[in-house]
Design a protein around this ligand. Structure first.
Ligand code: SF4
Length: 497
């Protein structure tokens, strides 16, 4: 088989930051770094072969999604239903979560509320410490990535093992996931083989994905057996029943919660739906949009702890900036996201720049909408890492108008002063010029005349970086307006009797 990324690693779909250089990928880390998306993307595209197969692999997933969607005659109706369910739920969050807490508590679960990432981590750490837990298995959860749970627990002497294959690979490499559904999609199987040989003692040179999966499975089995607690993400919380739904392809969430007595489920405030029947369109859309599968391998509903002595289920509901986003009518719809990853797979910028270039837990179009809400200063360049092609909004199963939100963010961030000084000065100059048409036309004529006299290499340098990969078209002698005026005059003369 061709040299491809570990697309299969981490096909789990639960909600879900480590290369040899261990970057700090939390939002705070990105804020400290202040490097731009463009400069991080430059590092990724420097490896032309990796960029090509990354692009092709993700486009392949997009093609599978298209084929799966085409087989569902009422696809657009499903999208409408799912979008309206999520928007209705977002409009009634307090009521729905109250009902969820009541029903979940009645079923024996305990519900905890966390205002931010710190509170979330402290609640989880306290639950583990009070029960003398030192070994935890965790299925894929982007929320715990967002909160930086692993380093928080490890600093307190608690071992956390990620059990989703893709997540385990990036955990062993001490790097963040680069995709929300396929965390190790940026890696070649040879790199994974070398990693497993180093970390798990497998035979050097092993590249076959099935053989690599078997190595990881053997290594993880003992860790599952030794774990004293299992942590999972949550795809959906159901207010009507007080149940949580966790979706994976590997069954790791089920094993991680079936063996140890303590299950801690971490859920973002936006993941609630009113009724069990609301799950049907969402689950049909999620699997097809994410990987092109008709249904994911495991869809597990947890309602209360297992009926075994000593079993406990704790649900930690996390805000961490979500209610702030909910208060912004121009961006609140982003909270409808079900983390399928389809907008990443179709995005021409994400496919060619890689997930790590976004320096935020959730990359791609949806990440570029969510990240500036949390820290505009650190992520102001992300809405510009977009061609505004609109493909993300076209594929989104819950109809988040992503490209319109990215465009709106550009205006908001400019108004809030999160635009580099040189760009702000250039825009202010242009704005003043365009408000004075006579001055504009005179200056444009002078600039055109000068540009026509300059040698091409000097012109190219002045127009860089735009001209790094393109040739400047010849500079016309007349402006567009002058050409149109001349054309109109000619026509009038031709038609004169
Ligand atoms: S914004 Fe839409 S397409 Fe993107 S991950 Fe969320 S649900 Fe999927």
């Amino acid at each position: 088989m061709a040299d491809r990324g570990m697309a299969t690693g981490g096909r789990g779909l639960t909600e879900g930051d480590v290369a040899d250089t261990a970057p700090d990928w939390t939002d705070a880390g990105a804020a400290r770094g202040r490097t731009s998306h463009a400069s991080r993307a430059r590092r990724f595209v420097a490896d032309a072969a990796r960029t090509t197969w990354h692009d092709a692999s993700l486009w392949g997933v997009r093609a599978k999604r298209d084929a799966a969607a085409a087989q569902v005659p009422d696809w657009e109706t499903l999208r409408e239903d799912a979008a309206s369910t999520k928007r209705d739920a977002l409009a009634r969050l307090p009521e729905l979560w109250r009902r969820f807490e009541e029903r979940a508590s009645a079923a024996g679960a305990q519900v905890h509320w966390a205002r931010d990432a710190r509170e979330h981590n402290e609640i989880v750490a306290r639950l583990l410490r009070d029960r003398h837990v030192s070994r935890v298995v965790k299925s894929k959860s982007m929320l715990t990535e967002e909160c930086g749970l692993n380093p928080f627990l490890e600093a307190r002497g608690i071992e956390v093992v990620d059990t989703d294959l893709g997540e385990r690979i990036v955990q062993l490499r001490h790097e963040p996931p680069s995709h929300i559904v396929m965390p190790a999609i940026h890696l070649r199987r040879q790199e994974v083989g070398a990693l497993f040989a180093r970390e798990m003692g497998s035979a050097p040179g092993l590249e076959d994905p099935d053989a690599l999966t078997a190595v990881a499975r053997r290594d993880l089995r003992g860790r599952f057996l030794a774990a004293e607690a299992g942590i999972t993400g949550v795809n959906f919380a159901v207010a009507e029943s007080g149940a949580i739904v966790v979706v994976t392809n590997e069954g790791n969430a089920d094993l991680g919660t079936a063996l140890p007595p303590l299950h801690i489920a971490c859920v973002g405030l936006e993941k609630i739906v009113p009724e069990t029947r609301d799950l049907a369109p969402l689950l049909r859309l999620l699997a097809r949009s994410a990987t092109g599968q008709a249904i994911t391998t495991y869809t597990s509903h947890f309602r209360g702890p297992r009926p075994l002595p000593g079993s406990e289920l704790h649900v930690v509901v996390v805000d961490n900036g979500r209610s702030r986003l909910l208060a912004r009518p121009d961006f609140e719809e982003a909270l409808a996201c079900i983390r399928c990853g389809a907008c990443l797979n179709t995005c021409p910028v994400y496919r060619r720049s890689g997930g790590h270039s976004y320096a935020t837990t959730v990359p791609g179009p949806i990440g570029s909408v969510l990240a500036p809400a949390r820290d505009p200063g650190a992520h102001a360049d992300l809405p510009r890492a977009c061609s505004l092609c609109g493909s993300c909004s076209e594929v989104c199963p819950v109809k988040v108008p992503l490209h319109r939100q990215l465009l709106a963010w550009r205006g908001v961030l400019a108004d809030e002063g999160h635009v580099p000084r040189h760009r702000r000065a250039a825009l202010a100059f242009l704005s003043a010029l365009m408000l004075r048409p006579t001055t504009y036309h005179v200056l444009a004529r002078v600039a055109r005349s000068l540009a026509r006299r300059l040698p091409a290499p000097i012109l190219d340098r002045l127009a860089a970086p735009w001209t790094r990969t393109r040739a400047l078209p010849p500079i016309p002698a007349q402006s567009f307006r002058e050409q149109m005026r001349a054309r109109r005059r000619r026509r009038e003369q031709e038609h004169r009797p």
